[in-house]
Design a protein around this ligand. Structure first.
Ligand code: ADP
Ligand code: ARG
Length: 375
């Protein structure tokens, strides 16, 4: 099923690929961007970890795909409000630009660069129950993971043909799923704006025009190859060719983590029968963004915490104590005006799938206790 790694043919890579050093144009852009970053008050990890010494060492390097340091940091240079600011333009970047990626990965996931990812272990989903049986706090639960399909690079090096190939490969793979996983694939190409917006508003579909992804060169040929699969009940969904080749997710109303996770385990097992994914000893499942490496699991709840969220600094501190990340209910980089937040496990590398769920489950249990006890 997996094809030989295609030679990057996109316009961008044709310009930069091949032998030799980083071109003078790219070097000039790097220097100008770096100067701006240094002078800024950007909160990004890129700003903290790209020291002058590391910058000078990495600015001449290229991967065999032709990716440069600029390809990895352009998003953080253009979006100074980034939290992280880097993406691996191709899988080799994690190695070639490791003096920048390693400290970011170490801090984000609480691992050491010498650590290896533990073997996949999804554990027993039935050990998780319902976080909120009375339905007072948790509106909905979602668990997602990301996958890179063997034989294709990451977005910035993908050709239009690659997008079409992945889409048709996945369309075939998702055709005859068993039981309640069965559903339909809906390509973005040809989808009406109304249908697309409704899917986004209902929290099923990725947004369009993410500026962080756009400046990372991850949205070329849009909407070619992009789409969403879902079962009838929209409790099992898959995004094709957004940030990663695949985002596989299960979601449902309420706080039943066990049920949601169990369905995801079954869904991933089915997909795995048909498609081969890229893994690494050190990073587990490979992803475009270093925050998603490892298990790639983000288990989240949309939860009402009007009292705790009155003091956001304190709320962030409490969430941080349980390694939970706070997002708005419109997804990453969104606001939450009504006291409802998206809380999820932050770490995904250096622990198993089961441990990711456990971290989220135990953390949310404590958050609910704190919300109940808050004045
Ligand atoms: P990802 O989770 O794939 O990293 P986002 O943070 O952008 O990406 O979220 C994608 C979509 O999933 C958003 O519309 C978001 O509101 C929705 N979502 C995330 N968690 C939940 C949840 N627990 N319940 C309902 N929708 C959710
Ligand atoms: N690049 C963005 C930032 O640094 C997002 C990072 C994590 N999220 C993601 N979808 N990969 O803020």
């Amino acid at each position: 099923m997996a094809k030989a790694l295609p030679k990057p043919k996109c316009k961008k890579c044709e310009e930069k690929c091949g032998k030799g050093k980083t071109s003078p144009e790219v070097l000039a852009q790097l220097e100008a961007g770096y100067e701006k970053l240094v002078d800024s008050d950007s909160p990004s990890m890129l700003k903290r970890f790209l020291t002058k010494e590391i910058f000078d060492k990495l600015k001449y390097k290229k991967t065999s795909f032709g990716s440069t340091l600029l390809d990895c940091i352009q998003s953080g240079l253009e979006n100074l409000d980034s939290g992280i600011g880097v993406y691996a333009a191709d899988p080799e970047c994690y190695q070639v630009f490791s003096p920048l990626f390693d400290p970011i990965i170490e801090e984000y996931h609480h691992v050491k660069a010498t650590d290896k990812q533990p073997a996949s272990d999804w554990g027993n989903a039935a050990t998780f129950g319902n976080l909120d049986p009375k339905g007072e706090f948790v509106i909905s639960t979602r668990v997602r993971c990301c996958r890179t399909i063997k034989g294709y690079p990451f977005n910035p090096c993908m050709t239009e043909e690659n997008y079409k190939d992945i889409e048709s490969q996945m369309q075939a793979a998702l055709k005859d799923l068993p039981g309640d996983l069965a559903g339909t694939y809906n390509p973005l190409t040809g989808m009406s704006k109304e249908v697309q917006q409704k899917l986004i508003d209902d929290h099923y579909l990725f947004k369009e025009g993410d500026r962080f992804l756009q400046s990372a060169n991850a949205c070329r040929f849009w909407p070619t190859g992009r789409g969403i699969f879902f079962n009838q009940a929209k409790t099992f969904l898959m995004w094709i060719c957004e940030e990663d080749h695949l985002r596989i997710m299960c979601m449902q109303p309420g706080g039943n983590v066990g049920e949601t996770f169990k369905r995801l385990i079954a869904a991933v097992a089915e997909v795995q029968k048909k498609v081969t994914f890229v893994t690494s000893e050190r990073f587990g499942f490979l992803t475009f963004c270093p925050t998603n490496l490892g298990t790639t699991i983000r288990a989240s709840v949309h939860i009402k915490v009007p009292k705790l969220s009155r003091d956001m600094d304190k709320f962030k501190e409490l969430a941080g104590k349980f390694n939970l990340q706070i997002r708005g209910t419109g997804g990453e980089h969104s606001d939450s005006p009504d006291g409802v937040y998206d809380l999820s496990n932050k770490r995904r590398l250096g622990l198993t799938e089961y441990q990711c769920l456990k971290e989220m489950y135990e953390g949310i249990t404590e958050i609910i206790k704190a919300e109940k006890g808050a004045k």
